[in-house]
Design a protein around this ligand. Structure first.
Ligand SMILES: [Zn+2]
Length: 181
């Protein structure tokens, strides 16, 4: 049984233990990459190292250092000259967290927004800023209005710039747009 099944597309070449974290140095097993146009390519144009934070193991933060290849797309009809490989289920463009860690941080952010959430995360070996927690919650898709059954006055709802809760200085919002059923 694999220890990290969600890393099965990667070869772990080195594991470095640092005082507060474990660094996994990895590369992708596949010989080719697939462009967004659907064509696969084996023509490597360059490489760079990308860092993804993952859920802690044994109380230590985990960083996946991924050697990412940039391939040349050989499809003449494609507008992309080169493309960086993405690993299905693990990387998305610009993301700095694995989906597993992103899910954990989003749940912490939903339960305890801001500094309280950051403090709780630190107990579990996760270092995260309050702004990152808020950004993850804000990036969630909008819930359907019909799903909101009970909305208490203490509820925080950070959604696309709307802010129903008291702010971090303890000030109430100027207007509380409560919609009663
Ligand atoms: Zn292409």
């Amino acid at each position: 049984m694999e220890l990290f099944p969600y890393l099965s597309a990667l070869l772990i070449e080195e594991v470095e233990r640092r005082p507060n974290q474990v660094v996994l140095r990895t590369r992708v097993r596949a010989m080719t990459g697939c462009c967004r146009c659907g064509h696969s390519s084996a023509r490597v144009h360059g490489r760079y190292v990308r860092r993804l934070r993952d859920v802690p193991v044994g109380g230590l933060g985990v960083v996946i250092e991924l050697c990412v290849r940039r391939f040349r797309c050989e499809n003449p009809a494609c507008t992309a000259v080169t493309f960086a490989e993405q690993i299905a289920g693990l990387t998305t463009p610009h993301s700095r967290h694995t989906p597993l860690l992103r899910g954990v941080l989003t749940q912490i952010g939903l339960a305890l927004a801001g500094r309280a959430g950051a403090r709780l995360a630190a107990v579990g070996g996760l270092t995260v800023g309050k702004d990152t927690l808020l950004r993850l919650v804000r990036s969630l898709p909008e819930p359907e209005v019909g799903k909101v059954e009970i909305l208490g006055v203490d509820d925080f709802a950070f959604r696309k710039g709307r802010h129903y809760g008291f702010d971090r200085h303890g000030h109430p919002p100027a207007a509380v747009p409560l919609r009663l059923p």
